[in-house]
Write a protein that binds this ligand. Sequence first.
Ligand code: Z5A
Ligand code: MG
Length: 210
Amino acid sequence: MTRGVLIAIEGLDRTGKTTQTSRLLERLDKSGVDATLIKFPERTTPIGRIINTYLTDKAFELSDQSAHLLFSANRWELAEKIRNLLEDGKTVVLDRYVYSGVAYSSAKGLPFDWCLSPDLGLPKPDIVLFMKFKHEDNVTREGFGEERYEVAEFQQRVKTQFEKFQNEDNWKTIYVDNKSIEEVGELIWAEYEVVARREREALQKFTKLE
Ligand code: Z5A
Ligand code: MG
C-alpha cells in the first residue's frame, strides 16, 4: 500500500481556505478517495480551546511566545493521527498548518527560525497550496476584521513571512483574485492530481523491482 497524500492549503486571511478544503474533501469522497480534513487551529482539543479563547477574546492576554507554542502544540496534538492516517493509505487535507504558525508569529516580530523549531518533526506535506491575492485591493471578503490579527498592515507582514517558504520544493502559489470558488477549486484539483499521480508512479516503480 502507498502512503496517503498530505496536502496543506495555506494562505492569507479570507482567501478561501476553508471553502476550498471542504470542497476538495467532497470531491475526493466522490472520486472514491478515502480522505480526512483537519483544520488548524483545531479548536476542540484541550490546547485548541485555549487558542480559541485567545483568538476571540481580546481581554485574554498571552505573550507572543506562549501563543506561538500553543499553536504548535495544537499541531502536535494531531500529529500521530495524521501519521497513522497516511500510513493507512488515507489522504489528509489540512486547512492551515506549520506555515501559518511561522508566518503569523514572525510577523509579530519573533525570529523566523525560532518560530519554525517547535514544528520540526511534524509530517511534511507533499504539497502546500498557498492561496493569495495578487492585488491587495481584492481583500474585501465577508467576515474580515472580526478576530485578532485581521488588520491590513499586519496582513502585509504575514504575507512577507509566508513568502519566505516560496522556494520550498512542495510549495505552489494559487492566485485567487477575480476567480470564482469553482475556478479556484479546479486549480486545486489539478495540483492534487499531479501529486497523486506522482505517488502512484513511485509505487509502480517500487513494485516492478520486487
Ligand atoms: N493562526 C496562527 O496565528 N498560528 C497558527 O499556527 C495557525 C493559525 C494555524 C484563525 O485562523 C487565526 O489563527 C488566523 C491565523 C492564526 N488569523 N487570523 N485572522 P482560522 O483559520 O480559524 O481563520 P478563519 O476565521 O477560518 O479565516 P480564514 O481562514 O482566514 O478564512 P478562509 O478559510 O481563507 O476563507 P473562507 O472562510 O473559505 O472564505 C471567506 C469568505 O469568502 C466566505 O464568505 C466565502 O464564501 C468567500 N469566498 C471564498 N472563496 C471565494 C471566491 N473564490 N470568490 C468569492 N468569495 C469567496
Ligand atoms: Mg478558514
